[in-house]
Design a protein around this ligand. Structure first.
Ligand code: OOG
Ligand code: NI
Length: 458
């Protein structure tokens, strides 16, 4: 355990998230424009919906909203993944969930590093969607060997970062000076490089195999490819983006617009081509894009099954991937199919579709120990002694993630890989197992129930 001389991992994560955001805003000015737009929209939404403000106040989300963001990186080898896991562990981030993107033609599998306890999430909800390239999917043996050699040669962590990771592991934490140095050193891994490690022809070969393969193999490190702020109204931001010179992708990924948001809705805009110095010539590469997201309530296995069923039905009926041409029809089909998903928190709770958090109210605390005080959760809620709030979804969605990847890879990249998802292989590379996100939601929900019982009934 870390001693009092150690900075809490949550504080390191908070500092790192801020440093990453500052670096990205300096490098990608559109990210700054997007942050401003999201902040303006969030203020407007909260002004117009006092109920929502109250809900987010109670769950603590209002305090974390401005610093809330996720990023994404892609690594090339098992070693890189295992070390990134150790680096994130210093900041209290653990691998949650397993996402297989190969069915959608993206040659990676992924996890999301994030804090796992509601108190830690409250200090900093920073997450990093981390993908491992599946080199075995390169068919051409020469190209595969070339990619393996190029990756084996690179060192994506600074010696300083590696030393501080070891120190944190050995001593159970870092003091303030070392934590600051760690943030600075760790940031280097995520920085953009204007130079590539390969020739322009080699880059082209890798890119012809898959744009993503070139993005990982041709560079010195796993540059952060987007940083996503959280908005309270994604449709409003999407509609306002063009007026700020930002062109969003055709459709918003995830569930349709609803009164009670569920899971996660996301949209992104394409990055510009950026000049790159290859080892023999000038060229360009585009990798960095922008994304926004709106988060809703986390779903139980039953709720998630219903979500997947309705999403698949709408997509099957569309008969093609959503794109510019069929966007309006897609939205219409999604709205139509999702009519089968209850759109009040009461129904979702009664039908066991979503997770919630329970909070004792003033009224409940005042009635503590009185003769007519209710004694079950249901009756406490009915009497207004306990308030129920949705538990926010902290994770990602594989179909949405594939859509985000694809929108930034261009139309050429539509391979279909006939391989199986391989969680075992991924976890072997990672050096540990991934955490089941549903168990985390279940525990947070239960802790809030226990706390109500403690505060009101014991
Ligand atoms: C990650 C794409 C997925 C999301 O929010 O679903 C993602 C990537 O492009 O590396 O970030
Ligand atoms: Ni993202």
């Amino acid at each position: 355990m870390h001693t009092s001389a150690h900075v809490s991992p949550d504080e390191i994560r908070k500092g790192f998230s801020k440093a990453m955001s500052d670096m990205y805003r300096d490098e990608v000015p559109l990210y700054g424009a997007l942050m401003t737009l999201v902040a303006e929209t969030n203020t407007q939404v909260l002004d117009n919906a006092p109920g929502l403000a109250q809900q987010l106040q109670r769950t603590g989300e209002i305090q974390r909203l401005d610093m809330e963001r996720h990023g994404a990186i892609r690594v090339g080898t098992a070693d890189e993944l295992a070390t990134i896991a150790r680096l994130f562990a210093v900041m209290g981030m653990q691998p949650v969930g397993y996402y297989d993107l190969t069915p959608a033609g993206v040659p990676v599998h992924s996890t999301a590093f994030r804090a796992v306890h509601e108190r830690a999430l409250q200090t900093s909800p920073f997450r990093v969607f981390t993908s491992l390239l599946r080199l075995e999917l390169i068919e051409n043996p020469d190209l595969r060997a070339f990619a393996e050699t190029a990756l084996a040669k690179r060192a994506i962590f600074t010696p300083g970062a590696l030393a501080l990771i070891e120190q944190a592991e050995k001593h159970g934490g870092l003091n303030a000076t070392d934590a600051e140095a760690f943030i600075r050193q760790a940031l280097e891994t995520f920085r953009w490089h204007h130079t590539a490690t390969v020739t322009r022809a080699q880059y082209q070969q890798l890119s012809d195999q898959h744009r993503l393969i070139a993005d990982v193999v041709a560079f010195k490190g796993p540059h952060i490819n987007h940083l996503t702020p959280r908005t309270l109204d994604i449709d409003q931001v999407q509609a306002a983006m063009p007026s700020k010179g930002i062109t969003p992708k055709a459709v918003i990924e995830g569930p349709p617009r609803r009164r009670c948001p569920i899971l996660l809705r996301q949209t992104s805009f394409k990055a510009l081509d950026e000049p790159i110095a290859f080892s023999d010539a000038q060229g360009s590469h585009s990798a960095r894009f922008g994304e926004i997201e709106q988060r809703g309530v986390a779903l139980t296995p039953k709720g998630r099954a219903l979500y997947d069923q309705l999403l698949n039905a709408a997509r099957d009926e569309l008969g093609a991937s959503p794109n510019e041409g069929n966007a309006a029809r897609y939205v219409q089909l999604m709205e139509q199919h999702f009519e089968a998903f209850p759109d009040t928190h009461v129904e979702m709770r009664e039908q066991g579709l979503a997770y919630f958090r329970y909070f004792p109210t003033e009224q409940g605390l005042a009635a503590r120990g009185t003769a007519d005080q209710p004694h079950t959760l249901g009756t406490l809620i009915a009497a207004g002694h306990v308030e129920v709030e949705p538990l926010v979804y902290e994770d990602f969605l594989p179909v949405s993630a594939a859509g985000i990847f694809q929108s930034n890879l261009g139309d050429a990249a539509q391979n279909h890989y006939g391989v199986n998802s391989n969680r075992v292989e991924f976890e072997k590379a990672l050096g540990r197992s991934t955490i089941d996100e549903l168990g985390l939601y279940e525990k947070t929900q239960q802790r809030s129930i226990d706390e109500c019982i403690r505060a009101l009934l014991t």
